[in-house]
Design a protein around this ligand. Sequence first.
Ligand code: SF4
Length: 74
Amino acid sequence: MKHTIVKNLGGETKTVSLNPLKAIRATCLECVCWSPKEVKLCPSTLCALYPYRCGTNPGRKGIGDSSNLRKKGS
Ligand code: SF4
């Protein structure tokens, strides 16, 4: 879905296509003044968004990774 979000400290906005992970990522970026490094270093491990803050679902780690595919004949 398309939604308008704030994109920087100056309050500029942009309309982006969002899914739940992208929405969490956008929220985390806003939470730390749009610094991707600070999102990664976030110390708030009890925040409900913490596991998803980097835009990935840790519960799906490895799923869809082509390196998991068995090579033919092995
Ligand atoms: S996980 Fe960290 S950066 Fe993301 S919303 Fe929570 S406190 Fe903010």
